[in-house]
Design a protein around this ligand. Structure first.
Ligand SMILES: Nc1ncnc2c1ncn2[C@@H]1O[C@H](COP(=O)(O)OP(=O)(O)OP(=O)(O)O)[C@@H](O)[C@H]1O
Ligand SMILES: [Mg+2]
Length: 512
C-alpha cells in the first residue's frame, strides 16, 4: 500500500457466492479499519446476510475470494466456524440464541461453558463471579441471577455481545452483528448502539447490519453498501447524508415520503373492542373505524402482540367483546378470523405464518386455493399469474415463483406474507412489526400499497417499535401500558419522541 493507513482489522476481497441460479454476491471487496464501527447496508436480498454467513463459515463462498482478519489471510471458501473464531471473528446473529426464561448466568454458560466442581457439578460460584465481571466489563445493568427477560431489551442483546467477546480481553476481535436493532424500539436501539460504540472504543472492530438510516449515520464511522450482490459504495460516514445513502441503497431516488392518507370516511366503526382481558391484557377498549390506520405503541411486555393475537383469535381471551362492522365476532381461532375478514401478519414469521419449505407461490396462495379450482381442473396457470403479479407489485426478490421461501432474504419473506394477507381482501388487517427487516425502498412501496387498500375502506391496526413510522403512517396511536390503553392520540399531533415519552410515562389508569 502506498499511502500510510491504519491496517484494516477486516478486509474482504473478491468474495462471490452463487446459489442455484442467484448471484448473491459478486466480487465483493471492502475493508474495515480497526476499532471502528462499520455499517453494512443494502436493500432486501442485496447479500448482507450471505456475506456474514460466509465470514461465519455457515455458507461456503465460491472459490477465488479471500478474507484477512488482523493480518491473517484465509481463502474465503475455506472458512469454517472454528477457523472464523480462531482468526478473531465473533458473531451475534439476528436470532442470537438467547433464552429469555433462563438467567443471565445460564445464558452465558450455554455457549461459553463452565467449570465443574471436584464432584462434577457446576461450579456456580465461579460461574457467577465470571458473569459478574463480564456484566461489569460491558456496563450491563443486571445481576447474574436475573432472568434474562427482566433485562431491558438492549441489555439482552448486550448479553449476547458480551458472551461473544468474553474470551477476548485485548479487544482484537471483530464483532459482526446482523440486524441487532431490528426488533428494538428506537430508544433501546440507541442504547445498544451506544454500548457498541463503547465496545469499539476498547479496540473492537464492529461490522453491523441495519435498515435504519438515521441510526446508521448516528453511530457508524464508515459504511459499505451492497446492491444486488455488488459493492457499490464504501466510505467514511462523515459528510454522508441520508439522501445519498438511500440513493446508494435503492439505486434510484426513493419515493419521497410515504404516508397513509388520513381516514376519509372516519365515521363508520369497523372493529369495536370492549373490555378485553386475558394474559397480559387487563382491560382494553377501543374502536377502529373503516379506512382508519390505528397504531399501537407499547414497550415489550405491555401486551401489544397479545392484543393483536387476541383479536385474531390466536391468544385466549378471558372476557370482553369484539364486534366487526356491527356484527358479533367470536375470535375463537384464526379460521373464524379469516371468515370474518380479519388477517394477521405476525411478528415472528418463522414461527407462525411462513411455510419456509414451501414455495413462494404456495405461500401466496395458501388459504385461497378455491379461487383457482374449476370443476375438472386446477388452474395452475392462473395461480402462477397471480403469484407473478404479487411478486412484481411487492418487488419480491425471488428467482421464480417456485423458489422455496427459505431461500429468500428476510425482508423478502416478510413481503410475501403481507401480499398473502392482502389477497384475502380482509376488512381488518393486523400487522405486528410489519417493517422489521424491510429496506427503505420497500417500506415506501409497502405503505403505498396499504394506503390503496385503506382508501377502499380497509382498517389497519399496526403494532410497531418504530415510533417514527407509527407517527407517520397512522391516523391515531394508542399507548398500551401494563395491559391497558393509557392514551389515545391523533398521530399528527405526536412524533416519535412524544410517543416514547407516553409509552414510559403515560399515567396508569388514564382510561381504566
Ligand atoms: N440458502 C439460499 N438458497 C438460495 N438462495 C439464497 C439462499 N440464501 C440467500 N439466497 C439469496 O441470496 C440473495 C441475498 O440474500 P441475503 O439473505 O444475503 O440478503 P440480505 O441482504 O441479508 O437481505 P435482507 O435485508 O432482506 O435480510 C437473495 O436473492 C436470496 O434470495
Ligand atoms: Mg439479511
Amino acid at each position: 500500500m502506498s499511502t500510510k493507513t491504519v491496517a484494516p482489522a477486516l478486509a474482504v476481497t473478491d468474495v462471490s457466492k452463487a446459489f442455484a441460479g442467484t448471484q448473491a454476491l459478486l466480487d465483493v471487496s471492502f475493508a474495515v479499519t480497526a476499532g471502528r464501527v462499520h455499517a453494512l447496508l443494502g436493500g432486501n436480498g442485496s447479500g448482507k446476510s450471505t456475506l456474514i454467513k460466509i465470514l461465519a463459515g455457515v455458507h461456503r463462498a465460491d472459490p477465488g475470494g479471500s478474507v484477512v482478519v488482523n493480518g491473517t489471510s484465509v481463502a474465503a471458501d475455506r472458512l469454517t466456524p472454528g477457523l472464523a473464531r480462531e482468526i478473531g471473528l465473533r458473531f451475534v446473529h439476528q436470532n442470537p440464541g438467547l433464552i429469555r426464561d433462563m438467567t443471565v448466568v445460564e445464558n452465558v454458560a450455554l455457549t461459553n461453558g463452565f467449570s465443574r466442581t471436584r464432584y462434577g457439578g457446576v461450579a456456580w460460584g465461579a460461574l457467577r463471579r465470571r458473569t459478574r465481571r463480564l456484566l461489569d466489563r460491558f456496563e450491563i445493568e443486571a445481576d447474574p441471577n436475573q432472568q434474562l427477560s427482566e433485562l431491558r431489551p438492549a441489555d439482552q442483546t448486550m448479553v449476547a455481545v458480551a458472551r461473544a467477546l468474553e474470551d477476548d480481553q485485548d479487544g482484537l476481535s471483530t464483532l459482526v452483528l446482523d440486524e441487532p436493532t431490528a426488533a428494538l424500539p428506537r430508544h433501546e436501539a440507541a442504547f445498544l448502539l451506544e454500548a457498541m460504540r463503547r465496545c469499539a472504543s476498547t479496540g473492537h472492530t464492529i461490522l453491523f447490519v441495519s435498515h435504519r438510516i438515521d441510526e446508521v449515520l448516528a453511530v457508524s464511522e464508515s459504511v459499505t453498501v451492497l446492491r444486488d450482490g455488488v459493492e457499490v459504495l464504501t466510505r467514511e460516514a462523515e459528510g454522508l447524508d441520508e439522501q445519498q445513502l438511500v440513493q446508494a441503497i435503492v439505486g434510484r431516488s426513493p419515493r419521497a415520503v410515504y404516508q397513509v392518507p388520513p381516514a376519509t370516511s372516519a365515521l363508520e366503526a369497523c372493529v369495536e373492542v370492549e373490555h378485553l382481558r386475558g394474559g397480559p391484557i387487563h382491560d382494553v377498549s377501543f374502536t377502529a373505524r373503516k379506512g382508519e390506520v390505528v397504531g399501537i405503541a407499547g414497550l415489550l411486555g405491555s401486551g401489544r402482540s397479545e392484543l393483536l393475537r387476541m383479536i385474531y383469535g390466536a391468544h385466549p381471551r378471558e372476557s370482553g367483546d369484539i364486534t366487526i362492522e356491527g356484527g358479533p365476532y367470536q375470535a375463537n381461532d384464526p379460521s373464524s378470523a379469516l371468515r370474518n375478514g380479519v388477517a394477521l401478519v405476525p411478528e415472528d414469521r418463522a414461527a407462525d405464518g411462513a411455510f419456509l419449505d414451501m414455495s413462494v407461490l404456495e405461500n401466496l396462495s395458501i388459504g385461497q386455493l378455491g379461487k383457482f379450482r374449476e370443476p375438472l381442473r386446477f388452474r395452475h396457470d392462473l395461480e402462477r399469474a397471480a403469484a407473478r403479479e404479487d411478486i412484481e407489485k411487492f418487488t419480491v426478490k425471488t428467482q421464480s415463483p417456485s423458489t422455496p421461501l427459505a431461500s429468500l432474504s428476510g425482508g423478502n419473506q416478510q413481503k410475501v406474507l403481507l401480499a398473502r394477507c392482502l389477497r384475502s381482501a380482509p376488512r381488518v388487517l393486523l400487522l405486528d412489526e410489519p417493517t422489521q427487516g424491510i429496506d427503505v425502498g420497500a417500506r415506501a412501496d409497502i405503505f403505498a400499497i396499504l394506503s390503496e387498500h385503506v382508501a377502499r375502506g380497509l382498517t389497519v391496526i399496526i403494532v410497531s417499535s418504530d415510533f417514527e413510522e407509527l407517527a407517520r403512517v397512522t391516523d391515531r396511536v394508542l399507548i398500551l401500558r401494563g395491559g391497558r390503553i393509557v392514551a389515545d392520540v391523533p398521530a399528527q399531533s405526536v412524533d416519535a419522541a412524544a410517543i416514547t415519552e407516553l409509552v414510559y410515562s403515560a399515567p396508569m389508569g388514564a382510561s381504566s
